[in-house]
Design a protein around this ligand. Structure first.
Ligand SMILES: [Zn+2]
Length: 253
């Protein structure tokens, strides 16, 4: 009896928590934003997203990615994975502060307004199919347990704020351990063959791929390759935070 009731009780508890959040809104803006500013494009490497000092990024990348190849055109971030963004993301993912997803998405939309995305923004008037916003998907079991996919909330807010098309065309086909639960060196294997894409031709479309955090980049790489195989003209990765490749934040969440 107990086992049979556990999922129902868990679901009811989650539903009740969301109802309380609706009735007593925690605010859609996290605490600690008054003195916070998103990074400018000069603060990080546009290829790997790592923090970079003035003059330390060349057209071939930064010290962390000079010899690496990425399937995306560039990456945009709000900041590195540290205070205060790490608290915001933990609250969003694990403490039902799903409203933060909207606020983070609005901030990311503003960050995406800077070049070079503003160039691809012209694709609708240059014969292209326009920009679409696609979230990194979550397996249905985890989504059922959490109640939402945080990347989905962020992507919807980005699309709404910028007037782009929201298109959740990727699917998660395998329920795998969280990336942060395994060693960074095994994360590519963990997500390989875990995603699929709808039968769709993205010819002429530029895609903004949204996730909350980039650590090793394994998930973003897998998803970007699927979008490229569907003929996307370009893929631009956009995340709330990037973990420091020297180690900070790699196993934080
Ligand atoms: Zn780099």
């Amino acid at each position: 009896m107990t086992t049979a009731h556990t999922p129902a009780l868990s679901r009811a508890r989650r539903w009740l928590g969301q109802l309380i959040d609706e009735c007593v809104p925690p605010g859609h803006q996290p605490q600690g934003t008054a003195d916070w500013h998103p990074d400018s494009p000069d603060d990080y490497c546009p290829r790997c997203g790592a923090s970079a000092g003035p003059g330390s990024v060349t057209p071939r990348g930064c010290a962390f990615c000079l010899n690496l190849r990425f399937p995306w055109q560039r990456i945009t971030r709000l900041g590195f994975y540290g205070q205060p963004i790490d608290d915001w993301i933990r609250d969003l993912k694990f403490h039902r502060r799903w409203r933060y997803g909207q606020w983070m998405g609005e901030q990311l939309a503003q960050a995406l307004a800077s070049p070079p995305l503003s160039e691809t923004d012209k694709s609708e008037t240059s014969g292209g199919g326009g920009l679409i916003v696609c979230p990194v998907p979550m397996h249905r079991f985890r989504r059922w347990h959490r109640g939402y996919n945080q990347a989905d909330l962020i992507a919807k807010a980005v699309a709404k704020t910028r007037g782009f098309t929201y298109a959740p065309i990727l699917k998660r086909t395998r329920h795998t351990p969280p990336q942060t639960a395994i060693a960074p060196s095994r994360r590519h294997d963990n997500v390989r063959h875990s995603f699929d894409i709808q039968n769709i031709d993205l010819a002429g479309h530029d895609v903004i791929l949204i996730d909350d955090v980039k650590t090793t980049g394994a998930t973003l790489s897998t998803c970007t390759r699927l979008l490229n195989q569907a003929n996307a003209r370009s893929v631009h990765a956009a995340v709330i935070a990037v973990a420091d490749p020297k180690g900070q934040g790699f196993n934080a969440i």
